[in-house]
Design a protein around this ligand. Structure first.
Ligand code: SAH
Length: 529
């Protein structure tokens, strides 16, 4: 389809007014971002990522697990009481369970997907070899050492002898070896992996201190003082974007260049880019939400900071972070609004939000574009919410805790419709908790390949690459308190209504654009009625 005929209005809808009421929290504790500081933060965080890779390599002989740094930040920020908007600095427990688990999973080697016989043979050999090296270098009890050594030698001798083995024989052998030795290897690596987690936490504290010192310096040059952190106001009010504690200095030096589809913003030689359509989106959000810049003089520098922050957060590689930001199709949001009164997203960014009201990871960069700050700091008493969390186990578990407390505390209508991947073997605690929650009013499974997600890179991807078929099932949970259930109960009628509504949207797509653009959660509401 010609990009000039894009159905812009379908990606978001800022005409939807929210009725969500919250117990008002404190103003943002972090000072207002500036391009100089975001540039500095990016460099400091890059070093921290490299340091993580070096630690994993030097201590365990493995690469840092994929995206584990990103999930580490998400998990730590659930418990962190520090002022830094991104890096953990004040957690009671220094060892992150997410980081610990993910490194342990790759010890003694990272097992990759086996596609051929030679892959299977190679991986069995590598596992045995790495286990052998561990018993030579690590502390084991005499008993454990003897046992691991015996299994390793037995594997080597089987590998030498058995040349006609099938792929399944290798896989069974590998599973057997892991069962017999895994626990001993994990025990031997435990204290060293704990050291990695602890060291990363301390390095993060140091990095954050450097950033804060520089931030104070930069703001002082503009005669801006960072005020002391304030307590929550505790008033019951309509939700609004997070308030910043002080003004933002205007800086020079952001240049803007527009090419066919993208806008490139450069500061100090560093370029960030996004689809022109999304710059328009950010401009709309800014006009609606930002109160301190009616002439839009700070708009571009704030967009630069926002994009730089998300790049720093999700990492330098091209597709990194894509899985942590996948969004529901716009049709589903529209439908959730019409049928279940949903007016707010619990997990979003200014780049992927559908509604103008949402919660996001970073209050300081995102509040000018409508964010009310991180979910755990939001205390709604009434309203209907869509929830599509990033796939980070501890964050999801904390989310369920948070929802259960909120639902138990409020007598006003409160409802969360949660979308998570069908994830089993083992089933994450967050999913088990929702399955057995007393607030669960309905649970639906949308089968794999029968629905789609919007790409986590929707703001830079070409339009035709925005939607992806889901290769996993999606589980949908309706968590509601009694009055929420009365107001928005997931009745047969409502679900059928959703289905008809989605059908209509799709018919309109076909009529207007000749193809079906926005898909396909219809099975969600049709299959399991
Ligand atoms: N808003 C879309 C996309 C969700 S993807 C939807 O609801 O379908 C998950 C989003 O959660 C990402 O944009 C990520 O940046 C954001 N996120 C991560 N940690 C968060 C937190 N603590 N609070 C709120 N949002 C968070």
């Amino acid at each position: 389809m010609d990009e000039s005929h894009k159905p812009v209005e379908k990606f978001w809808n800022f005409n939807i007014e929210t009725d969500v009421r919250v117990m008002q929290g404190a103003p943002c504790a972090a000072p207002p971002p500036t391009p100089e500081i975001e540039h500095y933060r990016a460099n400091v965080t890059k070093k921290l990522r490299e340091f993580y890779q070096d630690l994993c390599m030097s201590k365990e002989g493995i690469d840092a697990p994929n995206e584990s740094f990103n999930r580490w930040i998400m998990e730590r920020k659930v418990y962190d009481k520090g002022r830094d908007p991104m890096l953990p600095t004040a957690c009671t427990d220094e060892i992150s369970p997410a980081m610990f688990r993910e490194i342990m999973y790759d010890i003694p080697i990272r097992l990759s997907k086996i596609k051929s016989l030679s892959d299977a043979r190679k991986q069995l050999f590598q596992y045995a070899d790495a286990a052998k090296k561990m018993i030579e270098a690590r502390p084991f009890t005499a008993e454990a050492r003897k046992l691991v050594k015996w299994h390793v030698e037995e594997t080597f001798s089987w590998l030498r002898k058995d040349q006609n083995a099938l792929i399944d024989d290798y896989l069974n052998r590998l599973a057997h070896l892991r069962r017999q030795c895994g626990a001993y290897l994990a025990e031997a690596a435990k204290s060293s992996v704990e050291d990695i987690c602890r060291t990363m936490y301390h390095m993060s504290q140091e990095s954050s201190k450097k950033i804060l010192d520089k931030h104070v310096e930069v703001l002082q040059l503009h005669n801006i003082e960072i005020p002391a952190a304030l307590p929550p106001s505790g008033r019951l009010e309509l939700i609004r974007p997070m308030v910043m504690p002080c003004e933002t200095p205007k800086v020079a030096g952001i240049t803007q260049e527009i090419n066919k589809r993208h806008v490139c913003l450069t500061y100090n030689g560093e370029l960030v880019r996004l689809n022109y359509l999304y710059l328009e989106k950010l401009e709309s959000l800014y006009r609606i939400s930002c109160k301190d810049d009616p002439k839009m003089e700070l708009f571009l520098q704030r967009v630069w900071c926002l994009l730089r922050r998300y790049q720093t957060f999700f990492g330098p590689n091209q597709y990194e972070g894509i899985m942590l930001q996948g969004a529901l199709p716009s049709t589903v949001f529209e439908c959730l609004y019409s049928v279940f009164g949903v007016t707010m997203e619990c997990f979003a960014s200014p780049l992927n939000s559908y509604y103008k009201n949402y919660s996001s990871a970073f209050a300081d960069t995102d509040c000018y574009f409508g964010s009310s700050g991180p979910l755990m700091k939001l205390f709604p008493v009434s309203g209907s919410f869509e929830v599509n969390p990033p796939f980070a186990e501890e964050l999801m578990e904390a989310m369920v805790d948070h929802f259960e407390k909120l639902l138990a505390q409020s007598n006003e209508p409160l409802s969360f419709i949660v979308f998570v991947p069908e994830w089993r073997d083992p089933t994450p605690i967050a999913i088990l908790r929702m399955e057995t929650s007393k607030f669960k009013r309905k649970q639906v499974l949308v089968p794999a390949f029968e629905h789609e997600y919007r790409s986590g890179l929707q703001h830079v991807a070409p339009l035709k690459e925005v939607y992806h078929k889901a290769v996993h099932g999606t589980m949908v949970f309706f968590l509601q308190n009694e009055t929420g259930f009365q107001k928005w109960s997931p009745t047969q009628d409502r679900l059928i209504n959703c289905s008809l509504h989605l059908d209509q949207i799709m018919q309109a797509d076909i009529q207007n654009y000749g193809i079906m653009l926005f898909t396909l959660y219809v099975p969600l509401f049709r299959k399991k009625l």
